[in-house]
Design a binder for this molecule. Structure first.
Ligand code: DC
Length: 231
């Protein structure tokens, strides 16, 4: 199938799933293969969390949160290393992945005012279609009518191993048990929160990548995209 086939028949691809199961990698490789934009919405919640930490915003104070949200401007810009998030004009792609942000981001993502602000920006990004977006509520809330909805999953031990290696490679001083514990805690908060919990959308196709490498996963999902476009 020629590359421009996808560009002529633009669809929305939503990817949801637990922490560290490779959603962003899949969104990125899929976006590149299709010539589509790709957005990891977790980066947006992380950038908001970073702003709250840096500006000592009390997340239990609704007024302070809503005042802070008005001061936050988020943009994605393509850089050689990928689609980087800018917080008020500053590239924060690295800073949003520290343990300090990891520990606060799930509680921040439970705040409805934060979610409303993020969801409306995400929906605007998808207006022209031709987008792969990953997160926790993309197929259930942001784009429930997306042409393809994927629920990505992998065994927790494997997810913790991948996240641990990623952090070590970035030079961070972490231990495996702490990384695994943080991951399980985030899964629990994300799946049990009142507003837009992480659940499998009814129309979602489950993809378990525990035993798949990046290439195998991409090939499998591209097969599904091709089928969608043929129907
Ligand atoms: O995908 P990630 O690990 O970078 O996401 C960070 C946090 O943001 C995650 O704990 C839950 C939250 N999140 C969310 O609530 N909704 C989304 N659409 C994306 C992320």
């Amino acid at each position: 199938m020629p590359a421009n086939y996808y560009t002529l028949n633009k669809i929305i691809i939503a990817i949801d799933g637990h922490s560290s199961c490779g959603k962003s990698t899949l969104a990125k490789t899929l976006g590149k293969a299709l010539g589509y934009a790709y957005i990891s919405t977790g980066d947006m919640y992380r950038a908001v969390t970073l702003y709250f930490i840096e500006n000592q915003v009390d997340i239990g104070d609704a007024e302070a949160v809503s005042a802070a949200l008005k001061k936050i401007n988020l943009e994605f810009k393509l850089r050689p290393e990928g689609n980087c998030i800018f917080l008020n004009g500053r590239n924060v792609d690295k800073e949003i992945r520290t343990m300090a942000v990891n520990e606060l981001v799930s509680p921040v993502a439970t705040i409805s005012a934060v979610r409303r602000a993020m969801v409306s920006q995400q929906q605007a990004m998808g207006e022209a279609k031709g987008i792969v977006m990953d997160g926790r509520d993309i197929g259930t809330v942001v784009f429930p009518n997306a042409e393809l909805i994927i629920f990505l999953t992998a065994e927790v031990e494997e997810r913790a191993r991948r996240r641990y290696i990623e952090l070590i490679e970035k030079g961070m001083d972490v231990n495996f048990e702490t990384v695994k514990h943080n991951l399980e805690e985030r899964d629990c908060i994300d799946s049990s929160r009142k507003d837009s919990p992480l659940v499998k959308a009814e129309r979602a196709v489950v993809v378990d990548n525990t035993h798949l490498n990046h290439e195998q996963q991409l090939e499998f999902v591209l097969g599904m995209v091709k089928k969608k476009l043929e129907n």
